[in-house]
Design a protein around this ligand. Structure first.
Ligand code: PMP
Length: 296
């Protein structure tokens, strides 16, 4: 699914076949989760393939690396150039790009100078799919910001995400929604969360969540569309039975939520602010917002 015999990946300055990539069994990241990564999308646009908000993603990757004491010798611009090469070499246009920075053989609990850089890409449909989601409040909390850097995209943090999604699916739901250590709603296992009440949108403030790049795009779109958006702490009770809700993320894009803990949101998705934002987001990422208008 992710690669075939011809797929090329960028690995420490070289282009290698994915099938030939070998790593040491003593890689620290595999044992302790001390790597950092990104999830980026490219889209077919009227001007060719474009990586959406590439610099923002690579700035976040560099920030994540810094938080984990990993020295990375590439700039966000260099990473972006490599990403375009990666797409071209693999003949990809609408793609999901996964940069991963991981630490070499080291069984102690200290960082080392052996830092590996890998970039790969594949075609990936909308994570979470296109159907309206049934979501449950997870029994797992998001990691406490006092125990790790929650704003960094660190491989080990995703143990929490895997547990939450697995629990939700085992109980017959599509996805989980996690609370923070204070009991306020934080985010999904791999996406930020918004809900709508009386034509106002609400989302959790930064501090206990990953500062999503899609979340920031939604802020921009709300501003352009004149939608009222409030960042605040809120409880499950405020969300349950609200008008509508959705997840946002690079992989998930804008994904509508039908119910929380089996209580339906009031509005039909088509009538919600989220649905307008979803359509607008689809056009924004493909640089195709004025596709139906002629300037002459
Ligand atoms: N929260 C978490 C925990 C995530 O893994 C993601 C996906 N990167 C997001 C939020 C959304 O971030 P972005 O919009 O930058 O993809």
């Amino acid at each position: 699914m992710y690669y075939n015999d011809e797929t090329l990946v960028f690995f420490n300055g070289e282009w290698l076949k994915a099938k030939d990539l070998m790593v040491s069994p003593y890689v620290q990241t595999m044992h302790y989760g001390s790597g950092v990564f990104e999830g980026i999308r490219s889209y077919e646009t009227p001007d060719g393939t474009r990586v959406f908000k590439s610099l923002e993603h690579y700035e976040r990757l560099l920030h994540s690396a810094k938080m984990m004491h990993l020295n990375v010798n590439y700039t966000a611009q260099e990473f972006t150039d490599l990403t375009y090469q990666l797409l071209e070499k693999n003949n990809l246009s609408n793609a999901y790009i996964r940069p991963l920075i991981f630490v070499g053989a080291n069984m102690s609990l200290t960082p080392t100078d052996e830092v590996h850089v890998m970039l790969c890409a594949w075609e990936w449909g909308k994570y979470l799919g296109n159907k309206m989601l049934d979501v449950m409040i997870s029994s797992y909390q998001r990691p406490n910001p006092k125990s790790c850097h929650v704003e960094a995209k660190v491989t080990g943090h995703y143990v929490n995400s895997i547990l939450a999604t697995t629990e939700a699916k085992k109980k017959g739901f599509d996805e989980a929604l996690l609370l923070d250590a204070q009991g306020y709603v934080a985010e999904g296992p791999g996406a930020n969360f918004f809900f709508e009440k009386d034509e106002v949108l609400y989302t959790s403030p930064l501090g206990n969540i990953l500062p999503g790049i899609t979340r920031a795009t939604i802020f921009e779109l709300c501003n352009e569309l004149g939608f009222k958006l409030v960042e605040k702490y809120f409880t499950t009770e405020e969300v349950r039975g609200a008008d509508s809700a959705f997840f946002t993320g690079t992989a998930a894009e804008v994904a509508g939520i039908a119910s929380l803990d089996k209580v339906n949101f009031k509005l039909k998705w088509e009538d919600s602010l989220g649905s307008i934002l979803q359509a607008k987001y689809t056009r924004r990422v493909a640089f195709n917002e004025y596709g139906n208008f002629s300037l002459v």
